[in-house]
Design a protein around this ligand. Structure first.
Ligand SMILES: [Zn+2]
Length: 130
């Protein structure tokens, strides 16, 4: 609940004040983005590239931590052709966890080995069927 007099706005709680401050900031950002579309577009591209780089750097780090090569055939030439294979129970897809905390990823990695994509498919589809 807000009570406003001419220029003085009083908020009932600190949380409410913070929420409204956040809304004002978001509105300013939206307004700025609307009046500077090219800048916004360029920033979005930079953000996406940064996110992609961060994803692959983390993925490479965890692949290397698990030996960096396929445990069946030894393949290691292209990291994109390597995958995390769960030996027993699977809680999460490791590659989908790259934005999460490291300890959560390491916990999931304990259940995994590295396989190349060919060996991974052979493990999951031994008879070539669905
Ligand atoms: Zn392999």
């Amino acid at each position: 609940m807000i009570t406003a007099t001419k220029e003085v706005v009083m908020y009932k709680t600190r949380e409410e004040a913070l929420r409204i401050q956040k809304l004002k900031t978001a509105a300013r950002v939206r307004k700025y983005n609307k009046t500077h579309p090219e800048e916004r577009k360029a920033q979005k591209k930079i953000d996406a590239e940064r996110a992609k780089a961060r994803y692959y750097l983390r993925r490479i780090k965890f692949l290397e931590l698990k030996g960096g090569k396929c445990v069946y055939c030894g393949y290691s030439r292209n990291q994109r052709a390597l995958s995390f294979h769960h030996l027993h129970s699977k809680d999460y897809d490791v590659s989908a966890m790259m934005s999460l905390r490291e300890d959560a990823i390491l916990k999931e990695l304990e259940k995994c080995v590295i396989l190349c994509l060919n060996c991974h498919k052979e493990v999951h589809f031994p008879h070539g069927l669905k």
